[in-house]
Design a protein around this ligand. Structure first.
Ligand code: HEC
Length: 133
């Protein structure tokens, strides 16, 4: 009987120290997480900002530049349309826009296939995709 209660005390002691150990580990991991999460929110906000205003992507910014040089005199500086149509919210595939830019539209829009390379056209499409509303 005596040794049984001795065992019980032993078990209790092990449990108690186990609990202490777990709670220490818990605090340690909270501290570790706390420290590592400090820079994370800033990173996430920057990433979200980049997604929210796609003009911040290098491609779209470059595309906007190409647009002002080559397209704005027909489609308007803000692409709201002038001689050419408004380019906001186009329901066209990238492939279709690519084709329109490189091949042009007979009697309506010049072809840019000789003037603009593939990456230029890609950047123009990236810019056009930022135009909403
Ligand atoms: C000479 C004037 C002119 C220039 C320069 C011009 N466009 Fe156009 N564009 C037009 C006209 C006009 C149309 C509409 C043709 C039609 O609807 O048949 C058009 C149509 C388009 C369309 C198709 C829109 C749709 O709803 O399918 C896209 C995309 C486009 N242009 C992009 C561009 C880009 C990008 C540039 C510069 C690289 C450019 N355009 C330069 C006159 C121009």
């Amino acid at each position: 009987m005596k040794s049984w209660s001795g065992d019980k005390a032993m078990v209790a002691a092990i449990c108690a120290s186990g609990t202490a150990l777990v709670s220490m580990l818990g605090i340690a991991s909270i501290m570790r997480h706390g420290a590592s999460t400090i820079p994370v929110p800033t990173l996430v906000t920057t990433a979200q900002a980049a997604v929210k205003s796609p003009e911040l992507t290098a491609d779209a910014a470059q595309g906007r530049h190409l647009f002002l040089m080559n397209c704005a005199h027909c489609h308007g500086d803000d692409a709201r349309g002038d001689e050419g149509p408004d380019l906001h919210d186009l329901h066209r595939s990238d492939a279709r826009i690519h084709e329109v830019i490189t091949a042009g539209i007979k009697g309506e829009m010049p072809s840019f296939g000789k003037k603009l390379g593939d990456s230029d056209v890609r950047q123009l499409i990236a810019y056009v995709r930022t135009l909403h509303g």
